[in-house]
Design a protein around this ligand. Structure first.
Ligand SMILES: Cc1cc2nc3c(=O)[nH]c(=O)nc-3n(C[C@H](O)[C@H](O)[C@H](O)COP(=O)(O)OP(=O)(O)OC[C@H]3O[C@@H](n4cnc5c(N)ncnc54)[C@H](O)[C@@H]3O)c2cc1C
Length: 370
């Protein structure tokens, strides 16, 4: 049976960032990916926004990792030539009676360490973004966009250059605890069995199945599974905006906003829909809901211009009507199994935070001495 020091389950942006972080520090790493290619799920089905870190509760792990991750990601993209743009984000107040809420958002951001936010008037906004109708806007200069597939390729390339290996079509099936770590069964062509000292569950939407497959793990520690789908619609013409345009935030979602791509195109989304399975088709019947939401800030959206684009699913550990929960890391201090790191609920801003998350996971293993 082959032995590797560290097995990372999942080749999304977080699993790849962790694999890279560990490999460049001398870990012997194997990445198991169930699909035939990397990044086929959440990491390539999102808004690709580099979030500033305005909304997460002060001092929360999500806020700390977002702020740190944002800085790390801009630096990484610049030095590794990964496509990105610090295009800024404008959160718009639809009417004069809501402009005061923008100042409250500025204060909230400042309390979280995002100290470059400011409010502009409707006239200033018209000069910046003539297509947008609003009574005022909050400017977030440090928000941006990143080419997520390009980022994943860069992370994988560096991990492999440092000796990591990637196994595609290799689904983690089950594991049992051994005196030196874990014995793993992989559902691949060869029905591989291997052993490892460290096991990192970065399977996102598959994280619950992976956790349930670990014999010896207390099942009561596995948080509830909730799936929150986000659909996108796009237009075929070029983006009428230069920055990201966001409505006022909602509970559990940032609302149907505009998302530029680096080629000058634009899509709109995501909405929020609780679902019970992973399925990515976009229902065209959602078009009127999207049209109404977009026309709140872009009245010039032409009739019939919106086309179903894509969808992603947020892996959530909180459900409808429940309080939001943060990213959940579980190490030996939680479950008593040295070398096992489990991650649940890595929805937004997981892309922004991926490099900081990787560092955090590296620190968890280091503290365990594995
Ligand atoms: C609609 C939407 C919009 C978002 N927008 C943003 C945004 O603008 N900015 C931002 O920062 N974040 C955003 N996010 C969050 C971000 O996309 C995620 O936090 C991030 O992509 C999660 O990465 P991951 O590697 O954990 O997950 P994934 O990319 O889903 O990777 C998990 C991998 O594990 C594999 N896997 C699953 N089970 C197994 C198994 N048993 N064996 C082997 N492999 C397995 C899967 O095939 C997959 O490749 C958004 C998310 C959604 C859904």
């Amino acid at each position: 049976m082959d032995h590797v020091q560290t097995v990372v389950v999942g080749a999304g942006v977080i699993g790849l960032a962790i694999a890279r972080h560990l490999a460049v520090r001398g870990h012997d790493v194997l990445i198991l990916e169930a699909e035939a290619a990397i990044g086929q799920h959440t990491s390539s089905r999102n808004s690709q926004v580099i979030h500033a870190g305005i909304y997460y509760p002060r001092g929360s792990i999500q806020q700390v990792l977002c702020l740190k991750g944002k800085a790390m990601l801009y630096d990484y993209c610049a030095t590794r030539h990964v496509g990105h743009a610090r295009c800024g984000k404008l959160t718009v107040a639809p009417s004069a009676d809501r402009v005061g809420e923008l100042q409250a958002l500025v204060a909230r951001g400042a309390a979280n360490g995002v100290d470059d936010l400011y409010v502009i008037s409707a006239d200033e906004m018209r000069a910046l973004e003539p297509a947008v109708a609003c009574a005022g806007a909050m400017v977030s200069p440090s928000s941006g966009i990143v080419d997520a597939p390009g980022l994943m390729l860069a992370l994988l390339g560096e991990a492999e250059a440092a000796g990591a290996m990637l196994a595609l079509n290799a689904r983690f099936l089950r594991a049992e605890v051994t005196p030196n770590g874990f014995r793993i069964d992989v559902a691949d062509a060869a029905e591989t069995q291997l052993s490892c000292a460290n096991l990192i569950n970065a399977a996102a939407l598959g994280a619950w199945d992976v956790a349930n497959g670990i014999a010896g793990l207390d099942p009561s520690l596995i948080p509830p599974k909730n799936l929150a789908k986000g659909n996108y619609f796009s237009i075929s013409s070029a983006s009428p905006f230069s920055a990201l345009i966001y409505p006022m935030p909602l509970v559990g979602s940032l609302g149907i906003h505009s998302v530029q791509d680096l080629g000058g195109g634009v899509k709109f989304g995501p909405n929020m829909e609780w679902v019970d399975r992973v399925e990515y088709s976009v229902n065209p019947d959602l078009r009127p809901v999207f049209e109404a939401a977009i026309r709140d800030y872009w009245p010039g959206l032409p009739d019939g211009a919106l086309q179903p684009d894509s969808a992603g699913i947020r892996p959530r550990i909180w459900g409808a009507g429940q309080a939001k929960r943060e990213f959940e890391f579980q190490g030996a201090a939680t479950h008593g199994l040295p070398g096992l790191v489990q991650m649940f609920g890595f929805e937004s801003p997981g892309l922004t935070s991926c490099l900081a998350i990787a560092e955090h996971v590296g620190g968890m293993l280091l503290n365990e001495g594995t």
